[in-house]
Design a protein around this ligand. Structure first.
Ligand code: PA5
Length: 410
């Protein structure tokens, strides 16, 4: 993967800040340093084997796996599965417990009516309301359908020893997977949190880990480090009043990758009255909805474009229509690429700075690489901003008010 940007943007002052942040991350001397387990991509071979075994069992026994989790407990898996699957063929991994919609839950119950189902409940704390309710409802459904053997179909990913989910798993005899103590939700996709659902979707997790480990080596040193450069650029642009970053894709499969990225940066940096607001657009679709604003609205935006060089399959366009003659003989991907280049020029001219992250192909390895690249960039960027990128104290506020309204006691 390659980061492209206007080199003249980098200043000595911000480079020095980035170096300091990089060292704090590597030496474990910054805030939140007990949550740096993801830096090493150190999942053991035993854990990988256990994940693969469970994934095979799920695929053999179930039409669908329902992944119950919210925030960092599902977004990474969903991002990877969407990015690496067919756009239209139905997926065998679906998601619940990431909202409180009764229509969603009832529709899900309709959908699974005649299906064989497994559940993977993912919650580090074990107490999060949305997944707890979804599990409560779906567990009843499982017990009614499968009786005693329901437990063979329920997999719990949670803390290694504490929490009600762990207690319940031990009591009922569910197979468990561990969310490591030193890895927070939004940095956990390369643990069992993300890897079990991804493997259950039939995706090669070894290759994802290979990509992440390749990135770990590539971004280990201070020199020529794209993570350091991206973090530096973000902070420079933020200092210039660019308070919103749009992650831009030209590939619909990347929609959920953007959702994962939004959470990663939003929850890591948005605190103490600071932080770039992370948003996203799916182009060219959104050029026809958000394009006007991006081109001519308030100048507080910059864009990071994910450019995928080669599609898996291309298709040639044949046009007899006079007005469309200029397209005749071109391929769809060529047109998509020109749209991307043209948009980057127009937006840059319109004072929306553009950074570009290029990958050769949208495959397992590049997804692993991108995950690691953004995680490490986020750690450096958060330290540069002067916040703890590994906590999320603000998430508690809505829960407190919701519990008060629901009459929950202490
Ligand atoms: O990144 C985070 O830490 C959060 O988004 C959590 O993943 C999310 O709040 C869910 O928490 P839990 O896994 O404890 O249910």
């Amino acid at each position: 993967m390659k980061l492209t940007y206007d080199k003249s943007m980098i200043t000595e002052e911000y480079h020095a800040k980035a170096v300091e942040a990089f060292k704090a991350l590597h030496n474990g001397t910054g805030e939140g340093n007990d949550f740096l387990g993801w830096l090493d991509v150190s999942i053991s071979n035993e854990e990988i084997a256990k994940i693969k075994k469970a994934a095979t069992k799920i695929r053999n026994s179930s039409d669908v796996l329902i992944v119950i989790g919210i925030g960092g407990s599902y977004l990474g898996a969903r991002a990877a599965i969407e990015a690496l699957s067919h756009h239209f063929f139905p997926k065998n991994v679906i998601f619940a417990g990431n909202n409180l919609s009764s229509d969603y839950m009832n529709d899900l119950l309709d959908f699974i009516k005649d299906k064989d189902v497994s559940l993977n409940v993912i919650s580090k704390s074990g107490t999060t309301t949305e997944p707890a309710i979804a599990f409560n409802i779906l567990k009843k459904w499982m017990d009614e359908k499968y009786g005693e053997s329901a437990k063979e179909r329920i997999y719990i990913t949670t803390d290694k020893e504490k929490g009600i989910l762990k207690e319940q798993a031990d009591r009922e005899g569910y197979e468990t997977f561990v969310v490591p103590d030193d890895i927070g939700g939004r940095y956990s996709v390369l643990t069992a949190v993300g890897l079990l659902p991804i493997a259950a979707a039939g995706i090669n997790i070894d290759k994802i880990l290979e990509g992440a480990r390749k990135a770990k080596v590539a971004f280990a040193e201070l020199e020529n480090n794209a993570c350091l450069e991206y973090a530096t650029l973000r902070n420079i642009l933020y200092g210039q009043g660019k308070k919103i970053e749009l992650l831009v894709n030209y590939e619909p499969k990347m929609h959920y990758f953007t959702e994962w990225w939004k959470q990663l940066f939003g929850e890591s940096e948005g605190k103490e009255g600071k932080g770039i607001f992370p948003a996203g657009v799916d182009n060219t679709t959104d050029l026809h909805s958000m394009g006007q604003y991006i081109q001519e609205g308030e100048r507080h935006l910059f864009e990071t474009v994910i450019h995928i060089e080669n599609p898996y399959r291309d298709i040639e366009i044949h046009c007899d229509e006079k007005k469309l003659q200029f397209l005749d003989g071109k391929t769809l991907n060529e047109v998509n690429r020109m749209a991307m280049q043209g948009t980057a020029i127009a937006h840059t001219n319109g004072k929306v700075p553009n950074l570009m992250v290029t990958i050769e192909k949208l495959d397992e390895e590049s997804i692993g690489e991108l995950i690691y690249f953004f995680e490490k960039s986020c750690g450096i960027s958060g330290y540069m901003l002067g916040v703890n990128p590994f906590n999320q104290p603000g998430v508690e506020a809505y829960k407190k008010e919701m519990f008060r309204l629901l009459g929950k006691g202490e």
